[in-house]
Design a protein around this ligand. Structure first.
Ligand SMILES: [Zn+2]
Length: 227
């Protein structure tokens, strides 16, 4: 059976501007605070700290498969983590991007999708790994966690057009030039025949969440999935 969790910025030990439940090691927060927060996360999900895997997110389409030989101290450069191992938690870290958790009886994945990942098709790359491990799209369900909303994510016109040309569901209008990345993810899930739930919380204008667009120097919340 698969489990999921989305964290907020509440419940950790980090000081401002990372207050308080920052789970990212790359944003300038005190390493000792991040370590403590990751221990708190481990306690929340009831797994040892060394059974929780993070990735070095690069806005690409690489899927890292976590197996018996994977080292929890190494965060592979990837934007999706996949495993068939029970008792192994996979983490996607976000401040504005869309956290997507995919689960089935036999395998789970944590995916990080911003506008670049949407264009790079990291979602499709992850589904391919499920399929290669004998899990069909019909056996997978998805959860889209809190991310930046379509009213808050303005980009330049070229970027807007590039993303929307391949992802019509990410469109708002060219006057606002705001992208609906989560809407684009939702449309692609629908197109792949995957049932999903979608949070309607915006991290930029909902208190209690980290938002890079709002604060620039800030922490990261997490989406976590495990069997
Ligand atoms: Zn918003």
């Amino acid at each position: 059976m698969a489990h999921t969790l989305f964290t907020s910025r509440l419940g950790g030990v980090s000081s401002p501007p990372f207050d308080s439940f920052n789970l990212a090691a790359h944003v300038g927060d005190e390493p000792v605070a991040v370590t403590r927060n990751r221990e708190i996360l481990a306690a929340m999900i009831g797994l040892p700290r060394n059974r929780i895997f993070f990735m070095t997110q690069v806005h690409g389409n690489v899927v890292a498969v976590i197996d018996q030989n994977s080292d929890p101290e190494v965060a592979p450069p990837a934007d999706a983590l996949f495993t068939t191992l029970p008792g192994v938690a996979l983490v996607t870290l976000i401040a504005d991007c869309t956290p997507l958790l995919l689960k089935s009886e036999k395998a789970v994945a944590a995916v990080h999708i911003g506008r670049k990942g949407l264009v790079a098709e990291v979602l499709e790359a992850t589904l391919k790994v499920f399929n290669e491990h004998g899990v069909s799209n019909q056996e997978i369900t998805g959860e889209i966690g809190p991310s930046i909303c379509s009213g808050c994510y303005e980009v330049d016109l070229d970027t807007y057009r590039e993303v929307v040309s391949r992802n019509p569901a990410a469109a708002t209008d060219e006057t606002s030039r705001c992208l609906d990345v989560a809407g684009g993810v939702a449309a692609r899930l629908k197109g792949a025949g995957i049932e999903f739930r979608r949070s309607d919380l915006c991290v930029r204008h909902t208190p209690g969440y980290f938002s890079y667009r709002r604060d620039e120097i800030t922490g990261r919340q997490a989406g976590v999935v495990w069997l």
